[in-house]
Design a protein around this ligand. Structure first.
Ligand code: ZN
Length: 172
C-alpha cells in the first residue's frame, strides 16, 4: 500500500524517533509499504517519520538506474561517521516540498550498525552513495532534515518561496 508522505513544515518531522522494540508483522508490513511508497515516489530512501510513524526504521535502495533493485530495510540503525568530507550534490527529500535541492556536506564513509527484519545484526562499513543515503535517512530519525544543514541564507530564501507556495496551494 502506498502511504501518504508527511511534508515539511509538519512538526512530526522534527521529533526524535523511538527505537523499534519487537519486530512484529505490523512492522514488516510497514517496511513493505514504505518500500512501495519510496519506489512509487520515486526516491532512494524513506524513513518512518516521513510516513507519520515515530520509530527508528528506514528503507533505502542505492542501486543505479539500470541496475536491479537492492531494497534494504534497517531497524534501529546507528551510524559512526568517518572518511572524508564530501559534497552531496543537489540533495533532495520526499518530505521537502517543491522538489527543492541543495548541496549538503556529508561524510564519505559510515560504519552501520542495525538489525534487519529477521532480527539479524548488521555491522558493516558503507561508502559513497549508500553512506550518503544512510546519513540523510538516519537524520530523519533524529528529527533533522537536509535543509537544517544548508546556509542560513539559502534556508531563508527557501522558506520565503515555500510560504508563497503553500499560500497559493491553499488558495486553490
Ligand atoms: Zn528525506
Amino acid at each position: 500500500m502506498i502511504l501518504d508522505i508527511v511534508t515539511y513544515p509538519d512538526p512530526r518531522l522534527k521529533e526524535p524517533c523511538e527505537p523499534v522494540g519487537e519486530i512484529t508483522d505490523e512492522i514488516r508490513q510497514l517496511a513493505a509499504d514504505m518500500l512501495e511508497t519510496m519506489y512509487a515516489a520515486p526516491g532512494v530512501g524513506l524513513a518512518a517519520p516521513q510516513v507519520g510513524r515515530n520509530i527508528r526504521l528506514l528503507v533505502m535502495d542505492a542501486a543505479g538506474k539500470d541496475e536491479p533493485r537492492q531494497p534494504r530495510v534497517l531497524v534501529n540503525p546507528q551510524l559512526e561517521l568517518s572518511g572524508d568530507d564530501v559534497c552531496s550534490e543537489k540533495e533532495g527529500c520526499l518530505s521537502v516540498p517543491m522538489g527543492y535541492r541543495a548541496d549538503v556536506m556529508r561524510k564519505s564513509r559510515v560504519r552501520l550498525r542495525a538489525t534487519d527484519l529477521d532480527g539479524n545484526l548488521i555491522d558493516e562499513e558503507v561508502e559513497d552513495f549508500s553512506a550518503i543515503i544512510m546519513q540523510h535517512e538516519c537524520a530523519h530519525l533524529d528529527g533533522m532534515l537536509f535543509i537544517d544543514r544548508i546556509s542560513r541564507l539559502r534556508r531563508s530564501l527557501y522558506e520565503t518561496r515555500l510560504k508563497k507556495w503553500i499560500k497559493r496551494k491553499s488558495a486553490v
